[in-house]
Design a protein around this ligand. Sequence first.
Ligand SMILES: Cc1ncc(COP(=O)(O)O)c(C=O)c1O
Length: 354
Amino acid sequence: MDEHMSGQMLIHGGQLSDIALRYNIADEKWLDLSTGIAPTTYPVGLLPATCWQRLPQQSDALLKAARDYYQTPSLLATAGSQSIIQALPQLCTLQGFAHTRVWLPAVGYQEHRKAWQSAHYQTLDYQDTPDITLIKQGDIVLVINPNNPSGKLHTRQQLTDLLLTVSAKKGVLIIDEAFMDATTEHTMTPLLASHSDLLDNNINQDALIILRSVGKFFGLAGIRLGFVIARDYWLKPMADVLGPWAVNGPAQFVGIQALTDKRWQKEQRTALNHLSGRLESLLVDVFAQPIRGTSLFKTLLIPQAPALFHALCKQGIYVRLCDEKNALRFGVPSEQGLKQLESALLSQSIQRLL
Ligand SMILES: Cc1ncc(COP(=O)(O)O)c(C=O)c1O
C-alpha cells in the first residue's frame, strides 16, 4: 500500500448510519461488529457536576491510576491514541528526525501512514515483521502489537531485539498497543520503568514510544482517552503540542474508575477470552480455515470478502471489509450477537458464496 493518502478521510468501520442508509435498515436493527471495541462497556455511573463544570486540569489521580495499570511511571494522558498518532510526525520533526524514513506494516491501522505522509516523511512497508538488517541510521519503525487487523503478535524478545537495533542506529521504535489489554504478558510498557529487568544496558530508553488506548478493552471509545508511555525526552514536547486541556473532565473521571477497577478488568478479560474463543470456533466451523486476531476481533482472509460483506449487510450485520478487500474483520459480539451471527453465516445467501 504505497499510494499517498494525506488529505483522505479513512474508513475504519463504525460509520453505521451511512451503511444503514445504504442498505435501508434502521440503525437500531443492526448488529455492528465493524470495530474492535469490546461489546461490554465499563459501567459508567453518575458523574459529579464538577467534571462538566471545571476546566480539566491535569489529574494526578488519573496519572497514578495509569502508572499502576501500565506498570510504568513515565506517561501522559491523551484524547485517545489517535491524537498522538497525528502529533507524532510533528514531534519527531521537533526532535530532529525530519525527512528520515518510517517503516510501517503493509497491513495495519492506516492512520499511521496518513500522518507520516501528510508530514512528508518517506514511508516504507514491511510484511508482518520489520527486517532488522534493512534499518538504517535514524529510521523510525512502527509496530502495531498486536496488529489490527492481522492479529500478528510480536514477542517481547523480538521487540527487544528490534529496539536494540533501532536504538543503536539512533532511531525511534513506536509500538502501538491499542489492542494489548487482554494479553498484557506481551506489553513492552514495563521496559520504560527505570529499574526494569527487561532493559538491556545497550538500549537508550528515549528510542521507545508506546501508545495505549482506553477505548477498546474498556469499551469506552466515545470518551477519547489514551496514554503515551515514553521518557520525558518525548513527554515534555508532547504535553506542549497537546496543550493544557487535552483530556476532558468526564474522560478523566471515568478513566480513574476504569483503570483502578481490577475486579471488572479481570471479569472483562475472562468474558472477552470466552466470547472471542466462541467467535473463532464459529468462523473456523463455517469457513474451514485458520482465523487470526485478538480477543477483541477476529480476521478472516478470504477472496470472497466483498461479496460476503454485502451479503451480511443485507442481513443487518455490519463487519469490517479490510482495505485490501481480501479479508473481513469481525468485532467480538455479545452472546446474543453470536447467535445472530451464527444464523446469518448458516443462511443460504452466505453458504452459496463459499
Ligand atoms: C491499531 C490502532 N491504534 C490506534 C487506534 C486509535 O484508537 P483510539 O484513538 O480510540 O485510542 C485504533 C483505532 O481503531 C487502532 O486500530
